[in-house]
Design a protein around this ligand. Structure first.
Ligand code: NAD
Length: 457
């Protein structure tokens, strides 16, 4: 028999569905975006974070991350009384479902550090109600849900709390920069559970998603397969990036054009055209750490991950490729050269700089004694927190390239795509433009008198 754990039915856009009381532990990219989207579908959501300043800010309307449309969605949800923020775990006491969406950063040995997940599990055990479903949304190695279950069980026993709870895995696939759309219009939702009841409750929570998104597929699995799907997806995408980057580097040597090669390869419906764009390496908070974590999981189980080790190695060199190109242009004489960096975030439409290629490049340029000028439409504040006064922060593209001996385009923001190439040449002192994302037309750049280099063409 299925128990419905709802409080009430709600009618939204003429569709009736069950309103649930949901808590999300961890109010970062994943927690905040999911909390907002779950509230958008009419549920009562409390986002919990131990970072009191973050919660204080959110309660004053200050959004801690940049994500298109997130601010509007949050204020709409708050105005309907569907979304609140707290740093107090007591506020999860009425929740039907509690999501764990805290960070799982890379540990020193490359494995996923589970200390935040386990701390959240221990703390939530003090407050969850009977029959609550605890869902692990953070990206975690196979077996973690089992550990979380054990941790909650132990904590309940030590507190003398005699309640039932259910565990589930529900990995997140959103991309920073398009997180709201990815969450509301996901390709698939994966739900790993140990029992049918929990599976059905989570399907009920996600039911409104399919009203707006007819392409949505919901996949029910066991918990370990669900945990594995997340790592495998990220590792597959990282593999495609490193693969096409390796081919791009070969294209340069043999005189082929990677843009045409990618297009031709992607036309094969067995391959598809996604993630075949060459560039200066992948970064961000997920691919680097998740590839490393999967390699580590392999090691722990006596399985050498040959392909993934190569994926990492290719990416290591790709992140340094623009520096090598620059070094060659100046015959190794980079000391005192002024270098303009366009784009700091690890990709456009986000201010996230975790594992960004820009940081690797800037570090190498500073070591060579360069004067580094930087500009990013959104990530300047984040960059200042990381680099302090080591670089010169500019207010716009033109200020950044003014007087530069070379310009490196690292992140493909739309703003950069529209700068006339003749302006780049005019504002710079030198004429070297290295385009790490192939956004400019090569012939036009050369026609403007620029010494232009890009990836694989
Ligand atoms: P984040 O670092 O942006 O946010 C994590 C939040 O958890 C922080 O605000 C932190 O203060 C809070 N926190 C830590 N310990 C806590 C505790 N005990 N109780 C309450 N709050 C606590 O992380 P994120 O980018 O949102 O990632 C979260 C998880 O989702 C990670 O496992 C990540 O790999 C995964 N993921 C991230 C993305 C992405 O694009 N960022 C996409 C898919 C999956």
């Amino acid at each position: 028999m299925i128990t419905i754990i709802s409080h009430s039915m709600v009618l939204i856009n003429n569709i009736n569905y069950i309103q649930m009381d949901i808590s999300i532990i961890g109010t970062g990219y994943v927690g905040l975006v999911n909390g907002t989207c779950i509230a958008y579908h009419g549920n009562k959501v409390t986002c919990i974070d131990i970072d009191k300043k973050k919660i204080e800010n959110l309660n004053c309307g200050i959004i801690p991350i940049y994500e298109p449309n997130l601010d509007v969605m949050i204020s709409n949800a708050i105005s309907k009384n569907n979304l609140s923020f707290s740093s107090n775990y007591e506020d999860i006491e009425d929740s039907d479902i509690v999501f764990i969406a805290v960070g799982t950063p890379q540990d020193e040995d490359g494995s996923a550090d589970l200390k935040y997940v386990l701390a959240a599990a221990k703390e939530l055990a003090k407050h969850i109600k009977d029959n609550c479903i605890v869902v692990v949304k953070s990206t975690v190695p196979v077996g973690t849900c089992h550990l979380v279950k054990q941790c909650i069980t132990n904590e309940l026993a030590s507190l003398g709390r005699h309640i039932q709870f259910h565990i589930a895995s529900n990995p997140e696939f959103l991309k920073e920069g398009s997180a709201i759309d990815d969450c509301l219009y996901a390709d698939r939702i994966v739900i790993g559970t140990e029992d049918v009841h929990t599976q059905l409750e989570l399907r009920e929570l996600y039911r409104p998603w399919s009203f707006k998104n007819t392409k949505l597929q919901i996949l029910s699995t066991d918990i370990k397969s669900s945990e594995m799907i997340k790592y495998t997806s990220n590792a597959m995408l990282a593999t495609r990036i490193s693969f096409i980057n390796e081919i791009a580097n070969l294209c340069e040597k043999v005189g082929a054009n990677i843009e045409d090669v990618s297009k031709g390869v992607g036309m094969d419906s067995r391959i598809g055209d996604k993630f075949l764009k060459p560039g200066c390496g992948y970064g961000g908070s997920c691919f680097p750490k998740d590839v490393k974590a999967l390699i580590k999981i392999g090691e722990e189980h006596g399985e050498q991950m040959y392909i993934l080790n190569s994926v990492e190695e290719v990416n290591y060199f790709q992140k340094r490729l623009m520096f090598r190109k620059l070094w060659n242009h100046f015959n190794g004489n980079l000391n005192k050269k002024t270098i303009a960096i366009l784009g700091l975030a690890f990709k456009p439409n986000t201010d996230d700089m975790r594992e960004a290629t820009s940081l690797v490049l800037i570090d190498m340029l500073l070591q060579e004694g360069c004067n580094v000028k930087v500009y990013d439409p959104i990530a300047m504040k984040r960059c200042k927190e990381i680099l302090g006064d080591k670089v010169q922060y500019c207010e716009g593209v033109y200020q950044c390239i003014l007087g530069a001996d070379a310009t490196l385009l690292v992140t493909e923001w739309d703003e950069f795509k529209n700068i006339p190439l003749s302006d780049i040449k005019r504002y710079m002192n030198g004429n070297v433009l290295i385009d790490g994302r192939n956004v400019y037309d090569k012939d036009k750049a050369i026609g403007c008198g620029l010494v232009y280099d890009s990836i694989g063409r």
